[in-house]
Design a binder for this molecule. Sequence first.
Ligand code: THU
Length: 132
Amino acid sequence: MNTIDPDLLAAAKTAFDRAYAPYSRFQVGAALLGTDGKIYAGCNVENASYGLSRCAEQTAIQKMVSEGVRGFSKAVVYTLASPPSSPCGACRQILFEFGENAEVVMVNDQNETRVFTVSELLPAGFGPRDLE
Ligand code: THU
């Protein structure tokens, strides 16, 4: 079943087009539906000092949180990979902080999709509750 939100997909594709990935040549666009109903999108931003590169999901989270929003219910990750590329381990942890129960749709240009919740991607994850 294709549960993808068209506005989120469009935002993820726009972010994908803006990816700065001259080293890996692997572009990623991510879009989050914030709890305020707004969309926060981001792309991967690489660096000549490779280890300083940032993933698309992390860019989107930083944008959302810096606009004062601390939760999201849905995420779309758009790549040209088949099967559609999945968030890396670091991104799973960062997504977990703000959207443990959020749905993550991975999609590519052929409209192949994979859908998981953040908790499915990071079972038994460490989060804010663990520090209460
Ligand atoms: N990348 C992301 O943007 N998100 C992920 O979850 C996986 C990897 C980026 C990082 C790097 O710019 C490129 O994809 C290749 O690893």
